[in-house]
Ligand binder design. Sequence first.
Ligand SMILES: [Zn+2]
Ligand SMILES: [Zn+2]
Length: 726
Amino acid sequence: MFAEIALAVPGLKPLTYRIPGGERVAKGMRVEVPLGRRILTGVVVDITGHLPREIRNLKSIIKIMDQEPALTEELLVLGKWMAEYYYCSWGEALGAMLPAAYKPVGREMISRTELAKQAVLPRGTARRLMERLSQGALTRRELLRNFGAGAARVLNELHSRGLVNVEIKLPGTRRQPGSENHSVPTDHPPVLNPHQTTARECIWTALDKDKYAAFLLHGVTGSGKTEVYLQAIAHTLEQGRDAIMLVPEIALTTHIRARIAARFGDRAAVLHSGLSLKERAEAWSRIHQGEARVVLGARSAVFAPVKNLGLIVVDEEYESSYKQEDAPRYQARDLAAVRARALGAVLVLGSATPAMESYFNARRERYTLLNLPERVDNKKMPEIRIVDMLREISPRKGPPLFSRQLLDELEKRLATGEQSILFLNRRGYAPLVMCPECRRVITCPDCSVSLVYHRVDDNLRCHLCGRTSPPRPACPQCGAACLRLSGAGTQRVEEELRTYFPSARILRLDQDTIKKRGELEKTLESFGQGRADILVGTQMVAKGMDFPRVTLVGIISADTALHLPDFRAEERTFQIVVQVAGRAGRGGRPGLVLVQTMNVAHPVITLAQSQNYPDFFEREIEQRRLLNYPPYARLASIICRSRNPQAAWNLAQKVSARLKRAAGPQDTILGPAPSPRERVARETRFQILIKSTSHVSRSRVLGALKGLVPPSGSKMALDVDPQNML
Ligand SMILES: [Zn+2]
Ligand SMILES: [Zn+2]
């Protein structure tokens, strides 16, 4: 018997291996196989009794890792669809579904085999390694620590010669009884308002029909979308089916986690990045065995191995974090639709600011639109005021960080004990460091972006490659001393805030403050319990948080994203203003939002002020139609990169020539042109953009790249439906 094995190697089709006699292998099982000099884990995607053609030197499966298939037929098929749509290999797609399997968790013990005792030992590192192993088994990490990273290759070689044994113990395949905490549901569904009730009834009716249906739940911030999701999930469970709920970032949605746990007890499993690998593998295995039937998680939870999927909810579906930025570059919201359709399940996308693509689908009646136009419990929408920062500029000091109005309102909140959130979408202290003499902006030597000054650890840092350097005493161009800091990041907001309000309790939330595990939850918890007055943060503070004591939200600058060279810049600006504003006034008292901007008359700013999504959509969709961008066009972006600029350019030329030859009248090939981020980590990048009127014509064009292998030293990344044009 022979098995087709999909391996997580780019561009590699499934390969045929011999199944060792007497072994039981089924589709969806994980196996170890040799590939060249390496041993890799792959997934069985097909089994045949005979080969269509003779294959010389056919290798055998080394080890079968599962007793039951890890992936169901349905997920294998979804993986194949991903491979075709996103131009990744089938194995890469399956790898994204099975993170624990491809990067084995738990301890990987390496020991000497019986064979090694008689074999003639090799020389060099291999010999020293074998000698070390003769004293007892070691983990891979211990070996690499002792023998250096190069030992990985030596180890693979010894493994393929049968001299060492690699034992991977995946936790959670067998659980100790009593290890689970039996939590009992403690929460009972509240009474819904009429809009929520209508939305729930529509979803329930669709669930009862037992076939594919898709909804877009457009509910203003604070309108009780989560409760509609929870009741839809409860109905799914009553039908004996399973539900998946995706959220953009699980760590930021502690209140949803708590509500899911309270409502569904141990029928729910949470897949989240704060879990240890072992805990994650355990949660995965509870889902796989059908013990957990409600799955809450971020992007990759769309692949949760539930047996009988009835419902997928995608909360805040516009969020760009649903798109994976490394291969396979999938979009979880879109995959949720594909999976729901294939299984006859119900899809619910929800947001206060739907993605243009989703609202467009609702307009075209591909999705049923459900509206929640009011906040729950008759709470009012926050009042949004625009603050013209041009009027605040002082001739000597330039624009201030805080307008007088914002300072006044902050002061009032401090007096009454209410809380405030200040939002600025830039971390660090100063995003620009300039030379006062030659006006040069100090940039990263390896990337084409400016360095950001971090006062906390007093250094200059590149936010693209992570390079840090101490602040230079002099300008690298003209030698002038005293570089000038310009612009503001969250650290500066925090610092200046302390000078105005020395006794205020201030917390900051951005990527720099949450490096340690658990730090994020701690910050949110302490703010939620009222142990701070003001929370300063980046877009993290915009994501679905629910703090009833917050009555003031200040947007330090609504302009940071407005003029980025990305066709989604205005959409993002609208979304972020409305979402951040939505954090205000969720409790008993009304909320106030101050939006500081230099562009008071910009239509996106005024539409965000009136929180008028439909009008924003009308304006934006017209732009998209005129400029031929999604949802009217299908995009793909290709980045060709290399440390050698000429090599990157040559590759880009070759790629674009192939694409242009294959392009028809429905396709436009733009570029190659320097990518907006022309240099990243010493590599020069050229970008090619494909715009097609349909998926079919785009795939025909992309088909022209089949078999193109970049020369060594150059790389090519293909992104289908790119989320980020930078
Ligand atoms: Zn200078
Ligand atoms: Zn850099």
